[in-house]
Write a protein that binds this ligand. Structure first.
Ligand SMILES: [Zn+2]
Length: 368
């Protein structure tokens, strides 16, 4: 896996005592504690590769001083303990009472209360776990995240029952329209719409960070390069329906809506091999015909959104700046020219916000 390879390259650079010059070198050499050539001279290409890996890590390290120990497995594990437990009566930022609180009468050792020796026993974690954690840490810094993203909990054994909230169209047999998923899990969901901008860096970021997203595609905007979205799907992104041509469905007859929604079902099946059961109307605009038509072509849920993300800001539907469990976040496949930033800027903003508020980005399809 890419993360592990990156960590391996960086570790090799350290063994060889390769530095990246100036301040970055000082930081890392301080961590490594050894600048000895231990296994002979590397070839020029090996040296260059290792140096480049080290530079990436070092840049990340400088962005976030806490990452000074990014590649030391034990330190990563200790950070997890700090994050998810109560120490000296103070809960860490990742502490979740529902998940981590010790039941009355228990010692708390298996729960979120860090035992006295937690920081020593942390060293006993298997090296594979420690390496995976270290690689996640290094990757987070490499992409300029403020913190290591939280891992989502296991998917629910039974999906939550979805109901359309008051004020939105509903009726018997119609797919529920939702703006968030009813769950207590500390997860939010990231959905990306339309498909105009096919940014290769986004693929790279999704590949390395392993952040689940759901794509709602409009045929007219993606048909010049369905291959891009096939690759995204291969990386784990689920592909959903956002109509053929992105119209305001409220202005269309039922027949026209049928063509837009069911036609896009056909396009998705043609390009990806299977249809979806998830549909989002452009602009969030729909009427009773929309839901009837959507149901008739296999749609079982219509997710709208609670927040919208941009490279330079978030719009909070509830206006309070706070995420809630199960919130659905909307953004778009765009780039400079349409807004002030690129796709990685948006992903970074969403993931950092989620982490800061104690949420992981989860897979929408695990819940609806
Ligand atoms: Zn759209």
């Amino acid at each position: 896996m890419q993360l592990v390879r990156q960590a391996e390259k960086t570790a090799r650079a350290r063994r060889w005592g390769i530095t990246v010059g100036a301040a970055g070198a000082l930081v890392l050499i301080g961590v490594v504690g050894s600048a000895q050539h231990s296994d002979g001279s590397p070839s020029e290409s090996e040296r260059r590769e290792a140096e480049s890996a080290l530079r990436l890590t070092t840049l990340g390290t400088l962005r976030a001083p806490v990452a000074t120990f990014a590649l030391e497995g034990r330190a990563a594990t200790v950070r997890r303990v700090e994050r998810d437990t109560v120490r000296d009566g103070v809960p860490g930022p990742g502490y979740d009472p529902a998940r981590d609180a010790a039941p009355a009468g228990s010692s708390g050792a298996a729960y979120g209360v860090a035992p006295e020796d937690a920081f020593d026993s942390a060293g006993a974690q298997t090296s594979a776990q420690a390496q995976a954690e270290a690689a996640r840490t290094a990757t987070a810094w490499n992409w300029g995240l403020a913190r290591v993203p939280l891992l989502p909990p296991p998917p629910p054994a039974v999906k939550p029952r979805l109901a359309t909230p008051p004020g939105l169209s509903r009726g018997p047999g119609l797919p529920p329209v939702i703006t968030r998923v009813p769950t207590q899990d500390r997860v939010v969901f990231l959905t990306i719409d339309d498909g105009a901008k096919k940014d290769p860096e986004l693929l790279q970021m999704l590949r390395e960070l392993d952040v689940p997203v759901s794509a709602f595609l409009t045929d007219e905007l993606v048909r010049d390069d369905y291959g891009y979205y096939r690759e995204m799907r291969r990386l784990g992104t689920a592909i959903h329906n956002h109509t053929l041509s992105h119209p305001n469905l409220r202005r269309l007859s039922a027949e026209q809506q049928h063509r837009e929604i069911c036609g896009q079902q056909d396009a998705i099946e043609r390009e990806f091999g299977e249809r979806t059961r998830i549909f989002r109307p452009p602009y969030g605009n729909y009427d009773a015909d929309t839901l009837q038509v959507a149901a008739s072509c296999g749609i079982s849920v219509v997710p709208l959104w609670s927040e919208e993300a941009f490279p330079d800001r978030m719009d909070f539907g509830r206006g309070d700046g706070l995420l809630l469990p199960g919130d659905i976040i909307l953004t778009h496949f765009r780039g400079r020219g349409q807004w002030r930033g690129e796709m990685p800027d948006v992903i970074r903003r969403v993931v950092d916000l989620a982490t800061e508020q104690g949420f992981a980005v989860g897979r929408l399809e695990d819940y609806v």
